[in-house]
Design a protein around this ligand. Sequence first.
Ligand code: ATP
Length: 221
Amino acid sequence: MKCLVDAQQISKKYNNRVIVKPSDFQVNEGSITVIEGKSGSGKSTFLGMLAGLEKPTKGRLYYQGKSFYQLSDEEQSDIRGSAFGFVFQSFQLIPELTVRENIELPLNFSKEDTIWTADNVAKELGIDSKLEYLPGRLSGGEQQRVAIARALITAPKIIFADEPTGNLDSKTTKQVVELFTQLNKKHGIAFVIVTHEKGLIKETQDLYMMENGVITGENHV
Ligand SMILES: Nc1ncnc2c1ncn2[C@@H]1O[C@H](COP(=O)(O)OP(=O)(O)OP(=O)(O)O)[C@@H](O)[C@H]1O
């Protein structure tokens, strides 16, 4: 299995407070990785470091063999824009833009060609009838599907999801989880999901726990 992201002894401190202790971590092509932990355990910070959004205080992060945080800002944004997709708890859709415009936003930041269009990605996620709506008219579950469509449109290798079901009821949570596993199986997209919910994804082989900035669990490299 090919390793996409290889973190070596990454750690984070804020004002001398250790938020994430030095950790090694790998994300493999086509894998589903889940990191469970309580609020404040350091999950979002850890995910941000893996996703190239937050520079570790110490340690190295390699993306396909390149030392990510030693690349130029432009090279870093190119990788984030083309190879990574992001899904957040609060959806982070732009209320003034239509669903179609929200989905197409990342295309402005990606240099790579993509196989997806707003139409076919929306169809895949069952929101094709909502493309011309503003996000405010959609339910929470539908809004998260729009956010997933937006993450998908650049055909990323990895989608990083920070509490993606945190604002959803249990039925919608199940649907979103099914969608992730379906996208993983069908398109080989890797997912890294942080959550406070235990047992969110049963299919995962890569389950970790985060507690007080320490990550535990077995990495199936
Ligand atoms: N930019 C920052 N400056 C200072 N402290 C920060 C910063 N970002 C995070 N922290 C602190 O780091 C700790 C871990 O935060 P983090 O968001 O990573 O945890 P989490 O497990 O994702 O929690 P939650 O699920 O509540 O978001 C918290 O105590 C938080 O206050």
